[in-house]
Design a protein around this ligand. Sequence first.
Ligand code: SAH
Ligand code: TYD
Ligand code: ZN
Length: 406
Amino acid sequence: MAVHCRVCGRDVQKFLDLGRQPLSDAFVVTTKEEEYSYLLHVGVCESCSMVQLLDEIPREKMFNANYPYFSSGSAFISRHFQETADELAAQLTGINDPLVVEIGCNDGVFLGRIAELGIRHLGFEPSNSVAEIARARGIDVVVEFFEQRTAQVTKADRGSASLIYAANTFCHVPYIDSILAGVKELLTLDGVFIFEDPYLGDIVEKVSYDQIYDEHYFYFSATSIRNAAAIFGLELVDVQPIPVHGGEIRYTLAHSGSRVVSAAVDALIEKESLTQLHSINRLQQFAAAVKERSGQLVETLQSLRSQGLNIAGYGATAKSATVLNFAGIGPDLITCIYDSTPAKQGKLTPLSHIPVKPADSFAADSPDVAVLFAWNHAEEILTRETDFHAGGGQWLVYVPSVAVVN
Ligand code: SAH
Ligand code: TYD
Ligand code: ZN
């Protein structure tokens, strides 16, 4: 049966099957727990070019009081959001009492800075685990999903927003129509919606298939975002590559015709067209490369194990769920995964059931090999864990290829 595009309603063509998967952030206490699972299938819309999942998961199953992803878990990411807040706040200079709305404010790393600058703001954050930390920092946050209805309530209560910002959240939302309709209604006439998310171009180029999991419903590109925006009376006016989370783009949308479109938009769309980024052939090639990469990782792990080496993981990321469950990697190959998040420690990874241990004990435990599941934070982690390599430990990565790195 044909699946219809969540953006434009036309047919979506499937190109990748990553099998049965758990909710990537649903860590469990025991192996006896009943675990939700779904089929991780990815397709591309033949009309608007949006790459998307075929199966939709009820949002409350993912984003709730147990949600264990804390943005402030990375010092680099915290700094990135503080710098972003300063940069975007500077663009509001001259506007009388602007309102900044953040979609998915998490524990408040971005809005915390906006609040410090004395700017009127509101954060939407449905996961209470993280929202309560944002609130404790003095941020104005509602424990609700941003969508058209809540956008309308915000407009009635607080007026229009000069800036709506979302990092690593807009791509999480299948009901993109409701979000864009809400943005269209809530923005001031010269307001902007700025969001940053993993870039399809980077995912395809690096074969970083671990970016594909339940929470990442869409895989954006300049082409697909321009098409989606146009349906809702919005226009893509700027794109900027940003070097976080393995390669993202920061997109700027404005009311159609309200701003000059930067040359960077046409340049990126042209590049996507030249590289045939959305063509089914290119995406099928990517799918073949995913299977090859996954096979290489398992072979490498099995070979290291057969040499009697003890293999651990570093970073119990949401991304790792796809890698582990697609390849069937469990505690027989990777004995445990070290992670700095208290909410994950002492638990088991979803479905693959690998124990999560505190990152503090990594150096003392000193496994022989550590698979860097948090490869997007390589610089931060390798700078800190210098004793591991000095003591003879080896880092194993699988993006952009399966390799031992030092
Ligand atoms: N912006 C942060 C958090 C990203 S994780 C960062 O970049 O680090 C995604 C967040 O979006 C989660 O905290 C989740 O609870 C939240 N979220 C999911 N759907 C949402 C929606 N419709 N409105 C607002 N927040 C949402
Ligand atoms: P991340 O790669 O940011 O995202 P996702 O879960 O969406 O794939 O997750 C990083 C994980 O790694 C998170 O659980 C915290 C952990 N971590 C450490 O243990 N040590 C570190 O130094 C950093 C930066 C992260
Ligand atoms: Zn479409």
